[in-house]
Design a protein around this ligand. Structure first.
Ligand SMILES: C[S@@+](CC[C@H](N)C(=O)[O-])C[C@H]1O[C@@H](n2cnc3c(N)ncnc32)[C@H](O)[C@@H]1O
Length: 377
């Protein structure tokens, strides 16, 4: 990655030789060039980077500040993959690893510069801005690098309602910067992470959600189909792969009172919500939740049931690449007789794809839009 702040080797994480996607984009480069041409970084400057995917901006700022004797920047993100990306790319470039703050916590300022990549979720964006404003130095600059196609009226209005007057840079290679200056008299500020709650009366569950959690306002239709066509069991060791709010894990723990459940998700907010939800619904003693990239480093042949409602995008990148990793790793982590139960949109063709790793793939449930599939080795 070559920017006005220098040259760095930046990779996506996990790295694959076949990878065709880059770990940074033109909006990242525009922001880094802007920091350099406007000479915004100085040895007293505390920089907060928000929501970037693999640490490209944070590493470039770390390097620039280090050469001036300045402090380490902070990356604030909901993504464990972003955290891994930051660590990998800092080490690969011989840099110290910047501070990292999980999205449900609030980084402590005062920060003079914030570089914020706009997340897809407006709820997360609103929550983050409300919590970061009290952490800004007076007159602090907020720079929001974005690809032009991602700046629509709704996001612009949301930013104006929270930050006041905005300005923008000229576009370069389909990227633009949006600017705001912290005005200490301004607008709504919160110190606590935003939460939403809803109940699932059919299962007697009450669920809490931080702002970055999948399906934070209502049960996901795919999740509903899987809950409706749940395996019969009993099972002893269950994994909820991509657990979100933990709904599948909690339903499993309730259905099989002797089973132990592990829920994994790459979203810090999801894992934090799932822990709260398992405790609030009386199964916290048999459910463990952890942040993880799919099933990486989980013990081989250690689960007799994996429940999976896979993601179909990674932030703005749509595709089944994460689902495929989930299926491949499930084949390692299941016992010989173990079962992977997957729910997915009918058109995604998971049935054929699962056969790359599983000998038996059976459709166990029908629905006009979704399929529930059981896969065995
Ligand atoms: C479709 S949601 C399912 C959430 C929940 N299990 C449900 O049924 O409502 C997919 C989940 O996968 C998580 N996820 C995405 N990438 C992941 C990864 N690399 N490793 C683990 N979880 C991931 C997302 O954060 C999201 O919570």
């Amino acid at each position: 990655m070559i920017s006005a702040l220098g040259e760095l080797a930046i990779r996506r994480v996990p790295y694959s030789r076949k990878e065709t996607l880059q770990a940074f984009d033109q909006a990242d480069l525009l922001a880094l060039d802007y920091l350099q041409t406007e000479a915004l970084l100085d040895p007293n400057c505390r920089v907060l980077v928000v929501n970037e995917t693999f640490g490209a901006i944070t590493c470039a700022v770390t390097k620039a500040l280090a050469t001036m004797g300045g402090p380490l920047p902070t990356l604030w993100s909901d993504s464990h993959l972003a955290h891994l990306g930051l660590q990998y790319n800092a080490h690969a470039n011989g840099l110290p690893v910047a501070n990292f703050v999980q999205a449900q916590e609030t980084p402590q300022g005062p920060f003079e510069i914030v570089i914020l990549r706009l997340p897809k979720s407006h709820a997360l964006l609103r929550d983050q801005l409300q919590r970061v404003l009290p952490q800004l130095a007076p007159g602090a600059l907020i720079v929001m690098p974005a690809m032009v196609k991602h700046i629509d009226n709704a996001v612009y209005q949301l930013l104006e309602s929270l930050l006041g007057v905005l300005s923008t840079s000229l576009a370069r290679k389909k990227a633009r910067l949006i600017f705001a200056v912290n005005n200490t008299v301004a607008l709504v500020k919160n110190s606590k992470a935003e939460e939403t709650h809803w109940d699932l009366p059919s299962l007697g569950l009450s669920l809490q959600h931080f702002s970055g959690v999948f399906s934070r306002t209502k049960l996901d239709p795919g999740a509903q189909v899987l809950l409706h066509q749940f395996p019969q069991g009993p099972y002893q060791r269950v994994i909820d792969l991509g657990c979100g709010n933990g709904v599948q894990a909690i339903a499993a723990a309730k259905k099989w009172p002797q089973c132990q459940v592990i829920g994994v998700d790459e979203s810090y907010m999801s894992v934090a919500s799932a822990i709260i939800n398992a405790n609030n619904n009386g199964v916290g003693d048999r459910c463990q939740f952890r942040v993880n990239d799919c099933l990486t480093d989980m013990v081989s042949q250690s689960a007799d049931l994996i429940l999976c409602n896979p993601p179909f995008h990674q932030e703005r990148v749509v595709g089944d690449h994460i689902a495929m990793r989930m299926f491949a790793q499930s084949a390692q982590v299941l016992t010989k007789e173990g079962e992977l139960w997957v729910v997915g949109n009918r058109h995604l063709g998971y049935h054929a794809k699962l056969k790359r790793w599983f000998k038996w793939v059976e459709q166990v449930g029908t629905h006009p839009n979704f399929v529930v599939l059981k896969a065995q080795l």
